[in-house]
Ligand binder design. Structure first.
Ligand SMILES: *[C@@H]1O[C@H](CO)[C@@H](O)[C@H](O)[C@H]1NC(C)=O
Ligand SMILES: *[C@@H]1O[C@H](CO)[C@@H](O)[C@H](O)[C@H]1NC(C)=O
Ligand SMILES: *[C@@H]1O[C@H](CO)[C@@H](O)[C@H](O)[C@H]1NC(C)=O
Ligand SMILES: *[C@@H]1O[C@H](CO)[C@@H](O)[C@H](O)[C@H]1NC(C)=O
Ligand SMILES: *[C@@H]1O[C@H](CO)[C@@H](O)[C@H](O)[C@H]1NC(C)=O
Ligand SMILES: *[C@@H]1O[C@H](CO)[C@@H](O)[C@H](O)[C@H]1NC(C)=O
Ligand SMILES: *[C@@H]1O[C@H](CO)[C@@H](O)[C@H](O)[C@H]1NC(C)=O
Ligand SMILES: *[C@@H]1O[C@H](CO)[C@@H](O)[C@H](O)[C@H]1NC(C)=O
Ligand SMILES: *[C@@H]1O[C@H](CO)[C@@H](O)[C@H](O)[C@H]1NC(C)=O
Ligand SMILES: *[C@@H]1O[C@H](CO)[C@@H](O)[C@H](O)[C@H]1NC(C)=O
Ligand SMILES: *[C@@H]1O[C@H](CO)[C@@H](O)[C@H](O)[C@H]1NC(C)=O
Length: 856
């Protein structure tokens, strides 16, 4: 047997050496390969067990004879890994496997690449079925593997560890290391170019964050992209993709991170970041203006004041004799230059830069000339981006990329490109050239200006003061908090700041009221860029320091998730506090669900449930700070196109100071959605939101308010209500139907049976799990999402923790009889007993919702 094997393997090897066309998954030293030798097999000499991958000496281009040792996907010919990406060999070059490792060299012996020193001698080189090229020792232990040195691609099952990077290739023909990098950081996955970030996974709408562990590695598998936490078991972030047998994730030569799946030779793109091609840093070359992308690629031009052909990959240069400075690490340092040589060329309005969304300002609350001075003194700064309203100053660092033409950006941001020389240019178009003559001016005048400055400043101060005075009288607010505080502080990440007058204009003097909630009235408005917004005028806050207000606004403004309503800006002027949100064209869920319009179909309801759950899960565990919503109810779930649910009003509870916490407890929470712990002095936690969410789920199922006294539209009330009065407390009905396993009874009769019984059961069971009395028993929102998506097993609600619904139900029917001619909504149920362990509530009392909800 042994001899037979030996015979077989030697003849195998012999065969390979002679013809090079046989499948082999392992080769031994001393072995040499060249592209010539295996020409019949397109250079391939090593295959994985069932042929998914191959190793070849391969030339990806046609122009140049650049050969690389590559691991490739056999069917599609996609290069997965290359050894000598920065040292290509000619067609006569070769790969040599010896006992000390792999060497790639030209025919004349000029070495281009080799494996690092190994701890023992090589026994075999193997290509695994996963696509990993491994050097094995005598005992089949791995000495070196290609998976530890990824180039621009990872395959299914390969771990990309935290702090390792993928580097793009220069082009599809030239595999050498390009300028785009993908890094797995401890909390995210980022794309960078010369150290400047241009995309983050966490900001992508399709990425879903499950937990807050520190990242350990990234992996793709048959169901998506996963980031795993340090202890290896917890998924931190995931992007769910359609099931696929084979997919790869690659940082493309173009600078985009792409996940593609393969079916035979067909390659299908499943995920691309950044999705907008104009956000790739060098898409149009240096200072090239990207105005959009088409099927054929980006549409490039030069900004006003710059010249260069659109086809010119080196980009655009200033048109009037200025030159662009070189960055720090190049031979001519800007620091050595006389700063009076430096000037700034202004880019027009509506121009953005890829790194702005991902970098912190280098200075806050400075004027433009200070911003420019800081840039002038720093050789890595090649341009600035200045926000006039907040005084934020951003730097374009290390290397100048392309400019993005943005249609949505307001006129508040302006970019300036640092330039050198070109003094006294005769054909200076003043509008595009902003000479930095301030320092000269200041130096000359300094000895004489002490008095002058005092005069000017007092004048300016007086002007500002009287202006504010006028403004406040106009607004009708007499005792404003210190008027000098306007623009006195700057907080990173603050969204756009609006003037009260701007919002007055935008809302046509607060004409169209579209809602009112716990914090104030909401008006519809239109910004100058024609985008529709919802402006919330906050009334119930009392006086609060503007800085504290802005700190919270910065937190809320930085929470981005597809299922959360985006805060676009704010106004804090005098005593006015307004929040500007994106406008949701389909209004709030309560109107659609309980209204008399077209009935919400079951699939739409299910999507809304899932979206809301995702939004809440993000608030609870996806952001840096845990945020408890405290007022989850259909009024706060807004709908956009395609019934995408977005949660509004999150984070606002934080606007209340500690001294207002009593107001907080009386104000927040809405009857019917209020968890028992609100009333029993227990701690409020994120599980409080879970309870409210459960109540909302039940309303989605039934299509009517849980507390509705109107049984006429239920069609089933009479049959179940124990008192026979016809008033139904729906959560109790749901519990009873759950006990009987009769879920379809619960469906909104208006759906006329157009429901999926399996999804119906899932929704009801999740809802009952959520409304359990004991907060610890309620699932987290993350597992609610899992259960709704069917990726985690459905929980089993504990009846003993739901018995309180029976008490609520009984009270409800009694209350409804007492309160029949009263306005229905004024009664809620209030368990006084604080001991909830055995579910025995000694006594109940009524409390008016007015007392709970407080003034609204
Ligand atoms: C490989 O070649 C080296 C020197 O050329 C020799 O010392 C060694 O024994 C060879 N190994 C095998 C397995 O043939
Ligand atoms: C490839 O081979 C492995 C064994 O090495 C096997 O488990 C796997 O199912 C095969 N895959 C395919 C797609 O045939
Ligand atoms: C190493 O693996 C090969 C095939 O995978 C096997 O034939 C050989 O017996 C293994 N050697 C040892 C020492 O385990
Ligand atoms: C992919 O990984 C995730 C996370 O470990 C896992 O839940 C999922 O089942 C995996 N998919 C496949 C097809 O193995
Ligand atoms: C690892 O993660 C699991 C799952 O989330 C968790 O239960 C466990 O406590 C973690 N272990 C450590 C050491 O952090
Ligand atoms: C691109 O522009 C640079 C600078 O203006 C110029 O030197 C170069 O010749 C141009 N190249 C092409 C191909 O037009
Ligand atoms: C350029 O400046 C940097 C720091 O500003 C310095 O480290 C570097 O040595 C300088 N290079 C030259 C060529 O002067
Ligand atoms: C900068 O230029 C001005 C005039 O162009 C000159 O007076 C000054 O000495 C220069 N400073 C340095 C540091 O070279
Ligand atoms: C900019 O601010 C600096 C420091 O705050 C001040 O000295 C300078 O006069 C300001 N310049 C302009 C043009 O307002
Ligand atoms: C910047 O804001 C000031 C007032 O805050 C205004 O006078 C000036 O015109 C603005 N500049 C630009 C370029 O918008
Ligand atoms: C100055 O502006 C005019 C009109 O905007 C334009 O025709 C001209 O080419 C510009 N000159 C330079 C040098 O940019």
């Amino acid at each position: 047997m042994g001899t037979l094997l030996l015979f077989l393997s030697t003849s195998f090897l012999f065969h390979v050496l002679v013809s090079g066309v046989t499948y082999t998954e392992s080769i031994s030293p001393n072995f040499t390969a060249s592209s010539f030798k295996f020409i019949d097999n397109a250079g391939a000499f090593l295959f994985s067990h069932n042929g998914t991958f191959k190793v070849a000496i391969f030339n990806p281009g046609v122009q140049k004879a650049h050969y690389y040792l590559c691991v490739m996907h056999a069917v599609s010919g996609t290069v997965i890994w290359s050894a000598n990406r920065d040292g290509p060999i000619s067609s006569s070059g070769k790969m040599i496997l010896t006992a000390i490792g792999i060497t790639i060299a030209e025919q004349d012996g000029n070495e281009k690449w080799s494996t690092p020193p190994l701890r023992s001698s090589v026994h075999a080189l193997q290509l695994t079925e996963m696509g990993n090229l491994v050097l094995l020792d005598q005992l089949n232990h791995s000495l070196w593997e290609s998976f530890q040195y990824p180039t621009d691609t990872i395959v299914m099952g390969q771990h990309l560890l935290e702090d390792t990077i993928l580097s793009s290739a220069v082009s599809d023909d030239d595999l050498s290391t390009g300028d785009y990098k993908l890094t797995v950081s401890d909390s995210d996955v980022m794309l960078q170019w010369y150290g400047q970030t241009y995309w983050k996974l966490s900001m992508d709408a399709r990425a879903y964050r499950n937990s807050n562990y520190i990242n350990e590695y990234m992996e793709i598998n048959g169901t998506g992209l996963f980031l795993f936490g340090r202890n290896g078991s917890a998924v931190v972030t995931q992007v769910t993709l359609p099931p696929s047998k084979f997919r790869i994730a690659q940082l493309d030569a173009s600078g985009q991170f792409m996940i593609s799946s393969f079916l035979g030779t067909d390659r299908k793109q499943e995920f691309v970041g950044p999705p907008d091609g104009c956000r790739i840093p060098f898409v149009c070359g240096r200072i090239g203006l990207c105005t959009g992308t088409t099927y054929n690629g980006p549409i490039c031009s030069c900004p006003q004041g710059f010249l260069g052909g659109s086809q010119n990959s080196s980009g655009c240069v200033p048109s009037d004799g200025f030159s662009l400075p070189l960055a720090c690490n190049s031979a001519k340092n800007v620091t050595q230059l006389n700063s009076s040589d430096v000037s700034y060329l202004r880019l027009g309005y509506g121009m953005s830069y890829f790194s702005i969304d991902f970098s912190e300002p280098i200075e806050y609350g400075v004027n433009l000339s200070v911003c420019q001075d800081v840039c002038t003194a720093d050789c890595s700064c090649l341009g600035i981006y200045y926000q006039n309203s907040s005084g934020s100053c951003y730097a374009f660092e290390n290397e100048l990329g392309s400019i993005i033409a943005s249609t949505t950006d307001d006129d508040d941001h302006l970019g300036y490109i640092k330039t050198l020389g070109g003094n006294d240019s005769p054909s200076n178009n003043g509008s595009t050239n902003q000479r930095q003559d301030f320092p000269v001016f200041a130096l000359v005048l300094l000895p004489f200006t002490g008095f002058f400055i005092i005069v000017v400043f007092s004048f300016l101060w007086w002007r500002k003061w009287s202006f504010l005075k006028i403004k406040e009288t106009k607004l009708g607010h007499a005792n404003s908090i210190s008027s000098g505080d306007l623009d006195a502080f700057y907080i990173p990440g603050l969204p756009q700041r609006f003037d009260y007058e701007e919002l007055e204009v935008a809302t046509d003097n607060f004409k169209t009221k579209i809602g009112s909630g716990g914090f104030g009235v909401v008006y519809k408005g239109t910004l100058p860029d024609k985008s529709a917004v919802a402006v919330k005028k906050i009334t119930n806050l009392g006086v609060q320091g503007k800085k504290d207000f802005c700190t919270e606004i910065a937190v809320i403004g930085n929470i981005h998730h597809v299922n959360l309503v985006k805060l676009r800006g704010f106004c804090a002027q005098g005593r006015q506090r307004l929040l500007v949100y994106e406008y949701m064209n389909r209004g709030s869920l309560d109107r659609t669900l309980f209204g008399s319009g077209p009935v919400l179909e079951w699939q739409e309801r299910f999507e809304i449930a899932l979206g809301t759950a995702r939004g809440l899960a993000y608030l609870h565990s996806g952001c840096e700070q845990k945020i408890i919503h405290c007022d989850v109810k259909p009024e706060n779930i807004l709908l956009h196109d395609c019934f995408r649910a977005k949660i509004s009003d999150f984070g606002l509870s934080k606007l209340l100071g500690p001294e207002q916490s009593s107001l907080f407890t009386t104000m927040r929470g809405t009857r019917g959605y209020l968890a028992p712990e609100w009333l029993t002095n227990s701690a409020i936690s994120e599980k409080t939101d879970v309870y409210s969410f459960g109540m909302v789920l039940l309303e989605l199922v039934s299509g009517r308010k849980n507390c509705s006294m109107d049984a006429s539209n239920s069609g089933c009330g009479q049959s179940i209500s124990s008192s026979g009065s016809g008033f139904v407390y729906f959560p109790l009905f749901a519990l009873e139907m759950h006990e009987q396993g009769n879920y379809l009874e619960l469906a909104d009769p208006r759906l006329e049976g157009r429901v999926t019984s399996e999804e119906m059961e899932r929704l009801v069971r999740v809802a009952l799990c959520c409304v359990q009395e004991e907060p610890l028993l309620r699932p987290t929102m993350v597992s609610v999402v899992g259960m709704l998506e069917s990726s985690t097993p459905l929980g089993q609600p504990r009846i003993e923790s739901l018995n309180f619904l029976r008490f609520y139900g009984r009270r409800f029917t009694e209350a409804s009889m007492i309160g029949e001619e009263n306005e229905q909504s004024d009664i809620i149920l209030y368990p006084e007993a604080t001991s909830t362990t055995n579910g025995s509530h000694a006594c109940f009392s009524y409390i008016s919702s007015q007392q709970i909800s407080g003034p609204r």
